[in-house]
Design a protein around this ligand. Structure first.
Ligand SMILES: Nc1ncnc2c1ncn2[C@@H]1O[C@H](COP(=O)(O)OP(=O)(O)OP(=O)(O)O)[C@@H](O)[C@H]1O
Ligand SMILES: [Mg+2]
Length: 496
């Protein structure tokens, strides 16, 4: 490219003022163009205008198949041309073969060109063709023509187009590289979003996949997160994953279990204390919220905290400030708060058992961890994962065992599954886990049932209700009874 400019520098003075101006105008377009098609359309329009051509065309050349395709073709009226037959493909081939700009005057009388039907049809008088290179190969050709009743092109026009085509080549090179990077970027982003692998969270079900995506997204923010879910579903694992995926991951992740802990003890753990704040406070002590500065603080079982502590936590969330017990000094803390509960906080708010303002401060970004029975398809993969983890070797699991695990309703979720697997590994002395090694809590195991009819009714009804997530209509249908019968039975048997 630079060779071209050095060789032609003497000819630059031959360019007309108009041509100079359009080279300048075009170099500005080149600098701002980000797409191939718009660049080329602008280029053709400039060519038509500057050399006063009738029609302008840009064709892409496919070297492997030796074929052309129209990228842009314009008439002076700005109409688009879509059929390549309106142009001479012979001219294109000539430009490609000679790899240099070509100018023909009096096209009709040129014995090489007039043989091309299209030229005759179009009654073309002058024709100009300029190759555009990419990595040294012809990438495309700009062709412009003028018909009989128009002025002929000049050598000056040819020179202009040569400069011009080099500018186009440079711009295309840049744009193609940008487009390639954009596509690669898109693919990478897509891969990240379609499945963000959180290694500690085993599972391949759609619910777990979308949960991973949500965790990944919220981890990029500092938003307070409220994780809800039944006991043993993996709330703590989710909180840890958010921290690990966040920009805070080089700072501490600290957790405090808030259930059934005396208020003053919990408060001194969270906020710390000043020497002499209470009997036994022999020195100043930093609280966990302070220690988690810059990191993440996990408030586990948030529903259990007293109303006095709820008020203090509200202040942390509103002002990001804490005061140590017995102190007057206010300290700023920058800890991202994640809270978790297996209780229905919204109902607790309605009942006045939990502060509404604190609830809204915590519930900035709610995440629900689905119970295991909503993702039974994960049971086989979870089972083999835990079997391997606990026994430290591959222990085959019979399909009968998997079936039994899959049909259970798992009130204790993953934690319960881990316990059941632990027990199965102790019981199995055959190097393979069979259904008989799977001992499930309560008498849900109807096959080996030996109780009374009334007990049987209770178990069956509970099992079905669980299977249908408490939906009485579906339960009634599956038992071939009326919804009313179910309601009466529940009342009679004292089932909630
Ligand atoms: N998707 C998962 N893959 C592998 N292990 C999991 C998964 N989810 C949870 N676990 C495991 O299950 C157990 C319970 O998880 P965790 O303690 O996070 O649940 P939780 O919802 O906080 O329970 P709780 O309400 O009882 O506190 C842990 O041993 C955890 O490692
Ligand atoms: Mg927990």
């Amino acid at each position: 490219m630079s060779n071209f400019f050095t060789n032609n520098i003497n000819h630059i003075k031959n360019l007309s003022r108009d041509e100079f101006e359009s080279l300048y105008e075009f170099s500005q377009i080149l600098n701002s163009a980000t797409r191939q098609d718009s660049l080329i359309e602008d280029a053709i329009d400039i060519v038509i205008k500057v050399i006063n051509a009738e029609r302008g065309l840009f064709v892409k050349y496919d070297e492997t198949n030796d074929t052309f395709s129209i990228i842009t073709a314009r008439k002076i009226s700005n109409e688009s041309i879509t059929d390549l037959h309106e142009f001479s493909s012979g001219i294109l081939q000539k430009v490609i073969k000679e790899k240099k700009p070509l100018l023909y005057h009096d096209v009709m009388s040129d014995p090489h060109l007039s043989q091309f039907e299209s030229v005759q049809i179009q009654r073309i008088k002058s024709l100009i063709g300029v190759p555009i290179f990419r990595d040294g190969n012809v990438w495309g050709v700009i062709v412009a023509d003028s018909q009989l009743d128009r002025r002929e092109f000049t050598e000056e026009n040819l020179l202009f187009l040569s400069f011009f085509s080099n500018l186009v080549s440079l711009a295309l090179d840049r744009i193609i590289k940008i487009e390639k990077l954009e596509i690669e970027n898109q693919i990478l982003l897509n891969k990240l979003q379609s499945f963000v692998d959180i290694p500690e969270m085993i599972g391949n079900s759609p619910v777990i996949r979308s949960l991973s995506q949500i965790l990944y997204k919220v981890a990029l923010t500092d938003a307070t997160v409220l994780i809800t879910g039944e006991s043993g579903t993996g709330k703590e694992i989710a909180a840890q994953a958010i921290h690990r995926l966040s920009r805070r991951n080089d700072k501490p992740f600290l957790a405090q279990f808030c259930g059934s802990i005396p208020d003053t003890l919990l408060e001194s753990e969270l906020f710390g204390y000043k020497k002499g704040a209470f009997t036994g406070a022999n020195s100043d002590k930093q609280g966990l919220l302070e220690a988690a500065d810059g990191g993440t603080f996990f408030l586990d079982e948030i529903a259990d905290i007293s109303s006095a502590l709820q008020a203090k936590l509200l202040r942390v969330l509103e002002n990001r400030e804490i005061i140590r017990l017995g102190d007057v000094k206010v300290k700023k803390v920058d800890a991202r708060i994640i809270a978790a509960t297996n209780k229905d906080l919204q109902t607790m708010v309605k009942e006045g058992a939990f502060r509404e303002d604190l609830y809204y401060r915590l519930n900035v970004f709610p995440i629900r961890i689905p119970p295991l029975r909503e993702r039974r398809s994960d049971i086989p993969i979870l089972t083999s994962y835990f079997v391997k983890k606990i026994s430290k070797r591959e222990t085959p699991i019979d399909t009968s065992a998997i079936k039994k695990l899959e049909s259970y309703y798992w009130p204790g979720n993953i934690r319960q599954l881990i316990n059941v697997i632990q027990r199965a590994l102790i019981l199995c002395d055959t190097n393979k886990i069979y259904a008989e090694h799977i001992i499930l809590e309560d008498a849900q195991d109807l096959e080996n049932f030996s109780g009374t009819l009334r007990e049987f009714e209770i178990i069956l009804l509970k099992k079905r209700l669980d299977e249908f997530n408490g939906n009485r209509t579906l339960t009634a249908k599956s038992l071939d009874v009326s919804v009313r019968w179910i309601q009466l039975k529940l009342k009679e048997l004292g089932i909630q």
